[in-house]
Design a protein around this ligand. Structure first.
Ligand code: BMA
Length: 787
């Protein structure tokens, strides 16, 4: 691959930046403030060439199929132009027969500069189509069908990677070529009928033998094929099906499904399940609840963004690590957010294996779009069709959603504020095209128009309406409100809310020099993409905690603060079950080392929020919530397991001096359909120097946990030195304290996962933590921090 000046090998899949980095031609893009020095890469034109030999060019049709071209490019074979590409989310099938020769062939992909192309398209547009300029360092990427966050975002480096993002295959066919496979399943009277549509391009009239093998049954069908696009359907019924369940609700049983279309073979792994989005009207508004195999399930999870700003680093190993961490934190759903990408097949295979449901956005976010343009919209229609079909076999897919925050974006730009009619009408064309694509393909899952959305054909405010639809609740971070403000709304389903923190000192060391390690240094500002973000972290933290003296303590405390924010929101909303039936916090992962809302830092290490997520997302949780009217502290139990649990709950008052006194013992059944009030404790039962600690256990000991509640902000307690005693044998560490310590954090020097972190240590009660998953971290001397 070359831009005239630089020549490097381009792996497939792969991207130009990673190729340049591997060849030593550029430095680490994530180092300090290197970002803009690499702008020449996406401003250049690149040509990738591949010489290959074809032993014999048999008669028939030849197709060069590209699983993903990023993004604006021309494809040439032996100096014949096969066609062009302008949509990173499409599979391109180029007819190659005329150009292909027996013997030596030369394939060439000429990548135009996406950045220049975006500007050219914007200039040629008959009216302005605004994009979110405060997030995007590179302008007008809303004109490109390319991950929108490649141009920046309030957590991303704007590298604008380019390259080939999936395999390139030369296919030979005679009568017809298999393009897409659409799988549907119908559950009826205890059996499941699979309906498999083989979508093909026919080259001539003829017969094609097709075959479907699943669950030790084989179905054959000789399909009559005609020139042009067509489809052949195979059906098969599975009696006594073994169902697929999301994590925590049963097995993730998968069946192999083998397909043959002429000489082409495909193997898919499917899971049998029914998913429904319940939006029935109730006394509050409309419900928003996922029902899987007839069971309503509270969705606990987070938002997924691309795994790395350098696509070549988003390997299956790195992604599996992140998804495993999600499940380890008791998540059962992720939302593949609309400003990123449709992920590769193996990503969804992993989610299906792990029992992680996927809320899948179509790839539109926070910008307005040129949906008046027929060519653009037709490309979107094809993209939707291909993607719906591609993901139709995956049991993890729970929902297709039109976009991220595009309805809200209508209110963000001067042009669309002054002429909302025009921009709303254009938006409706886009949204309608997506709704039509779903109606035509009829996947087994539903369509939700946008996130947030109050409901179909409702273009209202999904940021503040907690009566219907899914909600994005951003008032705490973006409007700088206190964490307690999360308790001012009871969303039906909160699909975004978040609070930022800095990454670990270890990750900060990976992109800084010593002199940069200060929260207001230029380099720390560059690694913070939300204007004013670092100040907001610091200012909010000072409301809850005493001001730290050292930079390393500040970064740690920012993680405590983020964890406290997410714990406050999620425990309250879980206590509002079944009014609220899901929380997906923003965001699970990071694309590069940056201050952000992620709970997994770049590289997959667990921030404190992730350790706390494992607890606040426990299937059986007891939480204490203030009742503002009576002043009581109310203990609520939430049970997300399939069966009623019988809980034994004990609470005690803990003084900063180390004194502990019982505050109550209760035994209660806790059914699954809604949170249960366990007890009310008048707040004046607690002295000013006391907080409430409580624990629970079910009858057979399979669900237990500990939690606490501070009526005052942490900084209002005068915590004394807890005098923690540590015994460390390398793989397990035991701690005891004389006085209480909060958010006790062990810094092991690496990024291994430990059984707990950020916990409360109660006086005289020993705590043992052990290494639960090695991630290649170094085990140095353990540093301990606490409040
Ligand atoms: C949401 C997301 C993203 C953004 C995040 C934080 O609205 O959809 O656009 O990164 O907020 O601001």
């Amino acid at each position: 691959m070359s831009n005239g000046a630089h020549h490097v090998p381009l792996p497939v899949p792969g991207d130009v930046h990673s190729a340049l980095l591997d060849a030593g031609l550029i430095g680490d893009p994530y180092w300090r403030d290197s970002e803009t020095s690499l702008d020449w890469v996406h401003e250049s034109e690149w040509t990738a060439t591949l010489d290959f030999d074809l032993a014999t060019k048999q008669a028939g049709r030849w197709t060069l199929s590209f699983d993903g071209i990023d993004c604006v490019a021309e494809v040439w074979l032996n100096d014949v132009r096969l066609g062009q590409a302008a949509n990173r989310f499409l599979r391109h099938d180029f007819e190659a027969g005329e150009a292909l020769t027996t013997g030596a062939n030369c394939l060439k992909v000429i990548f135009r500069s996406n950045s220049k192309e975006a500007k050219r398209l914007a200039a040629a547009s008959p009216y302005p189509v605004p994009y979110i300029a405060w997030n995007n360092r590179l302008p007008h990427y809303n004109f490109l069908r390319k991950p929108q966050c490649d141009a920046g975002w309030d957590w991303n480096i704007a590298l604008s990677p380019l390259g080939l993002c999936g395999p390139v295959t030369l296919k030979h066919s005679t009568v017809a070529r298999l393009d897409d496979v659409m799988v549907r399943q119908q559950h009826l009277y205890g059996s499941v009928t699979l309906e498999v549509d083989l979508h093909y391009t026919g080259f001539e009239a003829g017969m094609v033998e097709t075959e479907l093998v699943c669950d030790q049954q084989t179905v054959h069908h000789a399909a009559q094929v005609w020139p042009g696009e067509g489809s052949a359907r195979l059906t098969l019924t599975i009696d006594n099906p073994q169902l697929w369940w999301p994590a925590g609700h049963g097995q993730q049983h998968l069946y192999d499904l083998k397909l043959r279309f002429g000489t082409e073979l495909r193997t898919l792994r499917i899971g049998l399940r029914q998913v429904e989005l319940v939006t029935d009207a109730d006394e509050t508004g409309n419900r928003f609840a996922f029902k899987v195999n007839g069971r309503e399930i509270f969705m606990r999870g987070a938002n997924w963004i691309p795994a790395d700003a350098l696509p070549a680093r988003a390997t299956p190993e790195a992604v599996r690590d992140l998804l495993t961490s999600a499940v380890e934190a008791n998540m059962n759903m992720i939302r593949v957010w609309g400003g990123g990408q449709y992920e590769p097949d193996w990503f969804y295979d992993m989610c299906s294996e792990l029992g992680l449901m996927v809320w899948q956005d179509f790839m539109f976010a926070c910008n307005l779009y040129p949906a008046h343009d027929h060519d653009w919209l037709n490309s979107v229609r094809l993209e939707a069709q291909q993607q719906i079909r591609r993901l139709s076999s995956q049991p993890c897919i729970a929902l297709w959603c039109g976009d991220n925050e595009v309805i809200g974006a209508l209110n963000w730009f001067e042009e669309s504020k002054t002429n909302r009619d025009h921009y709303l009408a254009v938006y409706a064309r886009l949204n309608m095209a997506l709704e039509d694509a779903i109606a035509e393909a009829q996947p087994d899952v539903g369509f939700w128009p946008s996130s947030p959305s109050v409901g179909r054909l409702n273009f209202g405010d999904g940021w503040h309406d907690d009566t219907s639809g899914d909600m994005h609740f951003w008032d705490v971070w973006h409007s700088s409100k206190d964490f307690e403000h999360y308790r001012s709304v009871q969303p039906r389903f909160c699909s975004e809310f978040g609070f930022q923190s800095f990454p670990s000192n270890r990750v900060i060391a990976s992109f800084t020099e010593e002199e940069d390690r200060n929260v207001s240094s230029r380099v720390m500002d560059v690694h913070q993409r939300n204007p004013g973000g670092n100040s907001r972290i610091v200012e909010t933290l000072a409301r809850y905690f005493r001001f730290p003296e050292k930079f390393e303590d500040m970064t740690w405390l920012s993680q405590v603060s983020q964890a406290l924010a997410m714990k406050t929101a999620i425990e309250f909303w879980r206590s509002a079950k079944p009014r609220c039936m899901g929380t997906l916090y923003w965001q699970l992962n990071d694309t590069w080392p940056v201050a952000s809302w992620a709970s997994l830092e770049y590289g997959g290490g667990w921030k404190l929020t992730h350790y706390l997520a494992r607890k606040f997302y426990a299937p059986v949780l007891v939480t204490a919530q203030p009742d503002d009217e009576t002043g009581d502290i109310v203990l609520w139990a939430i049970n997300d397991t399939p069966e009623t649990v019988h809980l034994h709950v004990t609470a005690c008052r803990v003084s900063v001096t180390g004194a502990m006194a019982e505050a109550g013992v209760w035994a209660r059944p806790c059914p699954t359909d809604g949170a249960v009030e366990i007890a009310r404790i008048p707040s004046n039962n607690l002295r000013e120097d006391e907080f409430l600690a409580f624990s629970w256990q079910d009858a057979d000991g399979s669900h237990s946990g500990e939690n606490d509640y501070l009526p005052l902000r942490p900084k209002d307690y005068r915590f004394a030195d807890p005098n923690i005693h540590i015994e460390d044998d390398g793989d397990s560490i035991s701690l005891t304290a004389e006085r209480p310590a909060l958010f006790v954090t062990l810094d092991h020097g690496g990024s291994d996962v430990w059984s707990d972190n950020g916990f409360t240590l109660l006086p005289g009660i020993p705590k043992v933590v052990h290494r639960s998953r090695a991630r290649g971290g170094v085990h140095g001397d353990v540093k301990i921090r606490h409040l």
